[in-house]
Design a protein around this ligand. Structure first.
Ligand SMILES: [Zn+2]
Length: 94
């Protein structure tokens, strides 16, 4: 059995299951009884944004093999003092 898509002019799209290759070109809508034509749509070809796909992949990967560290990360360096302008360095200190 396969799922085929039909479009009723009044009720919109709906799906009907038929044996493969036995789908009728038109069926009657179960809601209103009108004639509904078969609709061909691309199956499973939606394009997922790359950033979303990467996030989904990372989530699935972390469930099986979470990323772990093997050593303690280095201590963060203390923030360096901003280097004053060379002209200011030549000024007399109080
Ligand atoms: Zn209908």
């Amino acid at each position: 059995m396969a799922t085929y898509e039909y479009r009723c002019p009044r009720d919109g799209d709906f799906e009907v299951r038929f044996p493969i290759g036995a789908a009728a070109a038109r069926v009657t809508c179960s809601a209103c009884g009108a004639d509904a034509a078969r609709v061909f749509s691309a199956p499973l070809l939606t394009r997922t944004p790359q950033s979303l796909a990467a996030a989904i992949d990372r989530t699935e990967r972390s469930a099986e093999t979470p990323e772990v560290v093997t050593s303690v990360p280095p201590r963060p360096r203390p923030a360096r003092r901003r280097q004053a302008s060379p002209a200011l360095a030549r000024l007399p200190r109080p």
